[in-house]
Write a protein that binds this ligand. Sequence first.
Ligand code: ADP
Ligand code: MG
Length: 245
Amino acid sequence: EGQTDDVLRLEDVTKQFGNVTAVDNLSFAVREGEILGFIGPNGAGKSTTFDCVSGTMAPTDGTIYYRGEDVTGRPQHELVKAGIARTYQTFRPLNDRTVLENVALSQVPDSLFSRSDFRADTEEQTREICERVGLGDVTSQMPDELPHAGLLRLEIGRALGTEPDLLLVDEPFAGLTTEEIERTADLFTSLRDDGMTLVVIDHNMHGLLELVDRVIVISFGEKIAAGTPAEIRNDPTVQEAYLGG
Ligand code: ADP
Ligand code: MG
């Protein structure tokens, strides 16, 4: 029974792999219409948290609420239909499909997992998404023809194809040039301005702090700080976690 403007709320979420505790009693909320930064050193448990929220895997313990409803352990295709989309750190395009088809197929939630056929009735919307993510000129190319930044755009385009209202983006800035980072950040800001809620992971604080409205910092699976970018930048606990990591 959280505040009504929480889109997502994690309560004491834990994920264990054998005796490795990847996420450790983690609680935080994501507010409607914000860009939340989710940062922490490599291995801190960021991607595993996304895995739990997006239904890629179930948490070992704890509860996840989406718009007030307990969705803990629901399968990913149900969560996609409910409005939660994510990208993966290691891109997952359909390699035997064009850019356009990749985005089109994501508009059929089940096709994320079983490849159903291209639907012509979604083509116009698909083209709009391709243009929005900067792939408007390369819609007939195959994924392996795209540079790294193009593959990132495709990953985001495929997530947008599901018409999410909560978009989880896993380390989008890794391997991008400064210019591409700015373009990608502008895309996130424009999605937020259209009413979408975003959570963006980075293992680095710099760059991300310019973009986000609020930040959660985790280390060894636990939340160590939360606040505005200005608060986080000067937080000694955060600096220590980064120096120690
Ligand atoms: P981050 O995304 O913050 O870099 P991860 O969530 O990928 O961190 O990983 C957190 C911890 O969980 C790491 O110690 C990692 O080795 C471990 N881990 C992640 N996924 C698995 C898995 N499928 N099986 C076993 N251990 C895993
Ligand atoms: Mg990760």
